[in-house]
Each structure stands twice: as structure tokens, then as C-alpha cells.
Write a protein that binds this ligand. Structure first.
Ligand SMILES: Nc1ncnc2c1ncn2[C@@H]1O[C@H](COP(=O)(O)OP(=O)(O)OP(=O)(O)O)[C@@H](O)[C@H]1O
Length: 223
């Protein structure tokens, strides 16, 4: 599978394999992602989606295979990649003891930009409320407001960005993702639900699950 359109992909995975607790989650994962394209990583609970994303952003280093940023392998390319990366993980990175405005300021957003972004995610009127007093969906919106700030990095890696969002929130986010792609950005994200985007490659980790003989061997070892 390939999301490559031009000469040099932004991100390439070659034969990627991740294990946890001695159990292979996926193996032989190949992927290319270039500007203007999106990849949706799918898979059952526990398939390894979050593990994959954490591996790609350099939070987990125990993998086999190669990850390349603009043709240069990680980990040496990690600093360059992080300069062009906006990662929103499963926990969303919202500081619950701060307000939405303070959260965006923590990421360096000027107040005018932060206010505009919070308006875009429909948090007008909640800018100065403590995040610990906001709902799950509102906290997800605080995290996603970073996607609406000007000068967004080229590569977005998003773990379950649609989780906890209502219908209007999903629609707004899909629009923002499409806008990012139209500007030449690239997105790799996980989601259990369908996402309407042009130029979307869907990757099901089940296709890269370990061969059954691994499970057979495990059974024999136990028996
Ligand atoms: N640090 C860790 N130590 C041990 N096991 C781990 C660790 N991180 C993840 N795992 C295991 O790896 C498997 C994959 O977890 P992961 O969170 O990547 O799945 P996922 O596909 O994102 O699942 P979900 O859809 O439920 O979010 C799980 O069985 C999990 O228990």
C-alpha cells in the first residue's frame, strides 16, 4: 500500500515489527506517506495502533525494521521529524489544571490565535474554565484546537482524534483534516469509525498480524 504521490515520501515504514510482552503485534508493515495524503490505521482493540503511533513519534524505540523521515532513518532523523510533527496521543495532552487558553499558550500559541482556534472547536465561552471542569468531548476539543492554529506542522499523527466528539465535532474535524491535506500536509491517524477524506489510505493492522504458527508454537509451549 502506498500514499506516495511524488518522489520522496515524508514518512516511510519498511518491514516494521513491534512486540509487546514477547508477543508480536504486527510484522512486515510497509507504508509510504507523502504530503497531501492521509493514512487511517485500523485494527481491533489491542491490535497495536497506539503502539505504532508511539513508535513513529519516537516514544517507543523497541521495534524492528526501518522508519524513515524524508529518506533518513530514525532515530537520527527524529529531531528533523519532530520539527514538522504535531502529535496528539490517546491521552490528548491536555493539562487539566489549566484553562483551554492556558493549554494553547503552553504550546506557544499567541492569545489571538488561541481564541480563534477555541472558537473553531466550539469552545467559545469556555476559554477560561479549568479543563478539569470540562466534559470528555470538550477536553478532546481543547486538544484538537492545536490543529486550528496557524503555521501548523506538516505531519499530523493523531490517536483516535474522533473519540468523544459529537456529530458536529466530527464534521468540523474532518473539514480541518481535509483543509490540511489540501495545503500539502500529511496525516496518519487511528480511528474505529469511517472518516470521509479524499486521498485516504486505510491500513488494517490485522493484515500484518503474526502468522498463526506463532500462536500454535505458544500453545505447544504451554501444553
Ligand atoms: N508498555 C507496554 N507494556 C506491555 N504491554 C503493552 C505496552 N503497551 C501496549 N501493550 C500491549 O500491546 C497491545 C497493543 O496495545 P495498543 O494500545 O497499541 O493497542 P490499540 O490497537 O491502540 O488498542 P485500542 O484500540 O484498544 O486503543 C495490548 O495488548 C497492550 O496491552
Amino acid at each position: 500500500m502506498s500514499a506516495t504521490k511524488g518522489s520522496q515520501p515524508l514518512l516511510q515504514l519498511r518491514g516494521l515489527c513491534c512486540e509487546r510482552d514477547g508477543r508480536p503485534l504486527f510484522d512486515g508493515l510497509n507504508l509510504s506517506l507523502e504530503g497531501g495524503a492521509a493514512v487511517q490505521v485500523e485494527g481491533a482493540n489491542g491490535a497495536g495502533k497506539t503502539t505504532l503511533l508511539r513508535t513513529l513519534v519516537g516514544s517507543a524505540r523497541d521495534y524492528r525494521g526501518e522508519i524513515l523521515w524524508c529518506g533518513v532513518p530514525l532515530p537520527s532523523a527524529l529531531p528533523q521529524m519532530r520539527d514538522s510533527l504535531l502529535y496528539i496521543g490517546h491521552q490528548a495532552g491536555v493539562r487539566r489544571g489549566l484553562t483551554p487558553l492556558e493549554n494553547l499558550a503552553w504550546y506557544g500559541a499567541p492569545e489571538a490565535d488561541a481564541l480563534a482556534a477555541l472558537e473553531q472547536v466550539d469552545l467559545h465561552g469556555f476559554e477560561d474554565s479549568l479543563c478539569q471542569h470540562l466534559s470528555a468531548g470538550q477536553n478532546r476539543r481543547v486538544a484538537l484546537a492545536r490543529l486550528y492554529l496557524p503555521g501548523s506542522p506538516q505531519l499530523w499523527i493523531l490517536d483516535e482524534p474522533l473519540a468523544a466528539l459529537d456529530v458536529a465535532g466530527v464534521s468540523s474535524l474532518q473539514g480541518q483534516m481535509a483543509c490540511h491535506l489540501s495545503r500539502g500536509g500529511a496525516i496518519l491517524f487511528t480511528s474505529h469509525q469511517p472518516v470521509a477524506l479524499a486521498n485516504l489510505i486505510r491500513v488494517d493492522l490485522a493484515a500484518f498480524a503474526p502468522a498463526e504458527d506463532w500462536e500454535m508454537e505458544a500453545c505447544h509451549a504451554q501444553g
